[in-house]
Design a protein around this ligand. Structure first.
Ligand code: FAD
Length: 428
């Protein structure tokens, strides 16, 4: 084992996805002299959820009024757009339809409409079937919410631009740096990086923020908080199909179903990507490995942990039928396409080729409740991001501010007392 010697960081951020990078950037934006390090286990940034998603700049329609998601998404979208304008990052506000297919879906559509209004989503309209077809000529449906300000973007590119700011403002970013242990002491936390038993490195930080996505529960367990095992991450894989280039004309922007309010997922949808591709998906099936992007990727230990977690057993007891149907559709393309056909009657199995996949980190309570809102657990020396599912990419700049505000309020972090020579100068 070796250590970085006298080097003590003010802040260590664990996880180089969009939430970790936005948080690191926010610390440095406020306090440029801060000694900050980002530790990412992969050799690339944004390698997991941030680099495997639908690339939608959400407008804030779905979320319970007053929730963190509602607040952070509406504001976050506006801030991301400002960031992209300043940094020359491409995005497009191509708009999205949330479509009710029949009378039975109308009450749920109207609930969403009320939520969207309560959340202050800009520019939304309720449209009838004729207007719906003007916007998306090939879509089915009797009524829809039209959100012209929903957009498309590459979240990986945004995350890398956050990382550029971190480096430019004096932060350090290390890839290939898996954190294996955290040891909170009285005034600092020891962060062990590397592989257990060999080439372990010790880094010390006065405050640690973990933003570990699919491993956020594991990182939380490292500080052995009592609450740490009350929440587990259950990985839900989403597989996409891609429309063949000659069929991309079928979709102009985004076409979404009215989601089932019992689940935190939005349902398979059609999305145009910023690179011009059109994807259909993602579905939501239990992943047999947290970072497994193929249908047969399996990690026996991780799967066993999920299957024996009381929260998962309770969830499975309630929703086993939905889960099995979703799995059937995942393995049988014609069943997946039948679901898509409801929204786009012209589509045929031959129009679609297998696309990429993403795995969602979804927190599940021991009681069997899927955690809907963002969840951040703050402590005196360590904060853990426990649940940052969609729309966390859209909301990233606001989540970062929430985290940093809280850290600054509750800690004795004070640069005047730091051993960093720069810190006294920033007067923090
Ligand atoms: C299929 C799918 C579609 C989605 N669509 C959208 C969308 O359209 N719009 C939207 O706003 N959001 C969307 N989301 C959600 C969004 O992608 C995530 O909310 C967001 O990327 C979460 O960012 P993160 O930084 O928390 O997690 P991640 O991007 O997963 O980053 C976590 C990082 O932590 C690292 N890490 C983990 N453990 C350790 C360790 N021990 N040591 C060091 N590093 C570690 C990982 O390697 C990873 O890089 C989607 C997600 C999925 C999966």
């Amino acid at each position: 084992m070796w250590s970085t010697g006298a080097q003590i960081y003010d802040v260590a951020v664990i996880g180089g996805g969009i939430v970790g990078l936005a948080t690191a950037r926010e610390f440095l934006k406020r306090h440029p002299g801060l000694r900050l390090i980002v530790l990412e286990k992969e050799d690339l940034l944004a390698a997991h959820q941030t680099g495997h998603n639908s690339g939608v700049l959400h407008a804030g329609i779905y979320y319970a009024p007053g929730s963190l998601k509602a607040q952070a998404c509406v504001q976050g979208r506006a801030e991301v757009i400002e960031f992209c304008n300043e940094h020359g990052i491409k995005y497009e506000l191509c708009g999205k339809l949330i479509v009710a297919l029949n009378e039975q879906e109308l009450p749920r559509l109207m609930n969403l409409w009320e939520r969207a209004q309560a959340n202050g989503v800009p520019g939304i309209e309720l449209v009838d079937a004729d207007r719906l077809r003007e916007i998306e000529p090939h879509a089915a449906g009797i009524k829809a919410i039209w959100s012209p300000n929903t957009g498309i973007i590459s979240w990986g590119e945004v995350a890398r631009a956050y990382a550029d700011d971190v480096r430019e403002w004096g932060g350090e970013i290390r890839t290939n740096a898996p954190v294996i242990r955290l040891e909170p002491l009285v005034t600092e936390t020891v962060v062990y990086v590397g592989h257990p038993g060999r080439d372990e490195e010790e880094i010390r930080a006065r405050y640690v923020v973990t933003c570990g996505g699919l491993y956020s529960d594991k990182l939380a367990q490292m500080t052995s908080d009592d609450a740490a095992d009350d929440l587990r991450i259950v990985p839900f894989r989403g597989d996409y199909y891609a429309l063949r280039p000659e069929k991309r004309y079928l979709v102009r922007g985004m076409i979404y179903p009215v989601p089932d309010p019992e689940f935190p997922f939005l349902g398979v949808h059609f999305t145009r990507l910023i690179n011009g591709d059109v994807w259909a998906g993602p579905n939501a099936v239990l992943a047999f490995r947290r970072e497994g992007y193929k249908r047969w990727d399996i990690h026996l230990g991780e799967l066993a942990e999920t299957l024996t977690y009381p929260g998962f057993l309770r969830l499975a007891r309630k929703y086993w039928k939905t889960g099995l149907t979703e799995m059937y559709r995942d393995y049988v393309k014609s069943a997946y396409v039948a679901q898509l056909k409801r929204y786009m009657p012209e589509i045929e199995p031959g129009d679609l080729v297998s696309g990429p996949s993403g795995v969602r980190a979804q927190a599940l309570e021991r009681s069997g409740l899927l955690v809907d809102d963002f969840k951040i657990q703050h402590g005196s020396r360590v904060a853990h991001v426990r649940n940052a599912p969609s729309p966390a990419a859209t909301s990233s700049l606001v989540i970062a501010r929430m985290i940093v505000d809280d850290v600054l309020q509750r800690t004795d972090l004070n640069p005047a007392r730091s051993n960093s020579p720069n810190m006294a100068a920033v007067g923090w």
